[in-house]
Design a binder for this molecule. Structure first.
Ligand code: ADP
Length: 441
């Protein structure tokens, strides 16, 4: 305003001075010309501003006089707003990236429970496509009656466990709704399929152990009660001895079960260290001695061991795996059968421990289940021969801890071959003296 008044005053002064010199008419003409120039300049400036407003992000047009006072602060404010907006947008992007990086799924819902936004994890959990599903009610997206009931509650103290299936995959999800903002909702999804599986395995395991223990305990307590109830003269010494032998058998079975359970638990809880070079041939020979005692001369043994081969690992664990395969061969091969034991190097630089028997064999359908805890093809036979149903589970565990694989090849009536393949990285040649010492053992 000041600049405008000063300009008018200057034109008036020029008009007055020239009017005093050249006459009043000239003075008024100069003054009028000045005002006209000011109006034209303002018009020109206005049209420039009108053009600039259409591209407001560009710097304002060069301005003269009072226009500079108007445009400069507008432009400064616009620039500041633009910077603020950029900063906010960067913060928003950062928040979105953080939400994407969450290990859990997250969804935001409008007051009518329609989908506003979800992260990638939630999209995977619920099979969502944000572009297609945005704006649709979550009740139409998750079509499970229990979810509909849960979503219609007024408050959500507890999460909902839901089994959902999409793209051929069944997942167990834990969903938790919470109100946030003004009438909006946040839903968090967590995949607990693995946790639920572990929990089921644990429950099943406890049930199996209890079942395994119950039979020998029932037999034991039955005999104890019989012996307690019967007067001494009512039972012969031979009968008493027979009962005690049966009791000892059950006690041994429980001991074997507890020993196998402890081995499994130690395999699961001890850290998997690389170990030291293990004298494999010596370990196999020790296991063979025990198995030949179990066989009582009923089987023929064919043994081919390469004493120069060792693997790095835990001798105690390896011993238990070698011995499990050998005792199984004895227990599931009728008298007169042959058991072949090999410890040989492989063309790929690895090493293989192989036990082949000419025993009863296993049906193809049962082979994949053999390493499950407590799985037996023939429960009765396993129990009669003192089996715990844990031997192959232990063997598989030991193999895995040594980066080895357990392969089973068998057919009913045609015998079985169990092989543990150790990778080349685990194999190390035995020192010559060590090999001689193993022979002696
Ligand atoms: P178990 O203590 O019952 O032998 P394992 O885990 O060692 O338990 O073996 C699981 C089941 O696999 C056995 O019950 C048996 O049915 C079968 N099995 C294992 N080894 C052999 C074998 N060499 N020949 C035939 N069946 C076998």
């Amino acid at each position: 305003m000041t600049k405008t008044l000063v300009s008018i005053a200057l034109w008036a002064l020029s008009g007055w001075l020239l009017g005093a010199w050249l006459g009043a008419a000239t003075g008024w003409a100069i003054f009028a010309l000045g005002l006209l120039t000011m109006i034209l300049v303002s018009g020109l400036q206005l049209s420039r501003i009108a053009r600039w407003v259409r591209n407001i992000d560009d710097p304002p047009p060069p301005s003269i006089g009072p226009w500079d006072e108007i445009l400069a602060p507008i432009y400064r404010k616009l620039k500041q707003n633009r910077l603020d907006l950029q900063e906010r947008s960067r913060n928003f992007q950062r928040a979105l990236l953080a939400a994407e990086a969450l290990p859990d799924g997250a969804l935001t819902l409008a007051p009518d429970k329609s989908l506003l936004w979800c992260n990638q994890t939630a999209a995977e959990h619920l099979g969502l496509n944000l572009h297609q599903d945005r704006g649709h009610s979550v009740l139409n997206i998750i079509r499970a009656p229990e979810f509909a009931r849960y979503a219609r509650q007024d408050s959500w103290d507890k999460p909902l466990i839901l089994h959902l299936s999409h793209s051929g995959q069944v997942r167990t999800l834990m969903l938790h709704l919470a109100p946030y903002g003004i009438g909006q909702f946040l839903m968090v999804t967590r995949d607990i399929t693995q946790i639920e599986r572990l929990e089921n395995t644990r429950t099943e395991f406890v049930a199996n152990v209890s079942h395994e223990m119950r039979t020998p305990l029932t037999v034991l307590s039955g005999f104890v009660e019989t012996l307690l109830d019967l007067p001494d003269e009512a039972i012969s010494t031979a009968q008493r001895r027979h009962y005690l032998e049966l009791m000892a058998q059950q006690a041994h079975h429980m001991q074997a079960l507890v020993a196998d359970l402890l081995t499994l638990s130690s395999l699961e809880t001890t850290p998997n260290s690389a170990g030291a070079p293990a004298p494999v041939s010596a370990l196999i020979r020790t296991a063979l001695t025990q198995c030949q005692a179990l066989s009582k001369g009923q089987h023929q043994f064919d043994i081919q061991l390469d004493d120069s081969l060792q693997v790095t690992g835990q001798s105690k664990e390896l011993s238990s795996a070698f011995s499990n395969l050998l005792t199984n061969a004895v227990r599931y091969t009728p008298a007169g059968g042959t058991i072949t034991v090999k410890w040989t190097s492989q063309p790929d630089g690895g090493a293989c421990y192989q036990v082949h028997d000419t025993g009863i064999g296993i049906a193809t359908d049962d082979i994949p289940r053999l390493t499950e805890r407590f799985f037996r093809v023939d429960r009765g036979r396993s129990r009669v021969t003192g089996g715990t149903g844990l031997g192959l589970a232990i063997t598989k565990h030991v193999a895995l801890r040594h980066q080895a694989t357990l392969d089973i090849d068998s057919a009913p009536g045609a015998g079985s071959t169990f092989s543990i393949h150790f990778p080349a990285a685990r194999v190390c040649p035995a020192a010559p003296q060590a090999a001689v010492a193993d022979h002696a053992a």
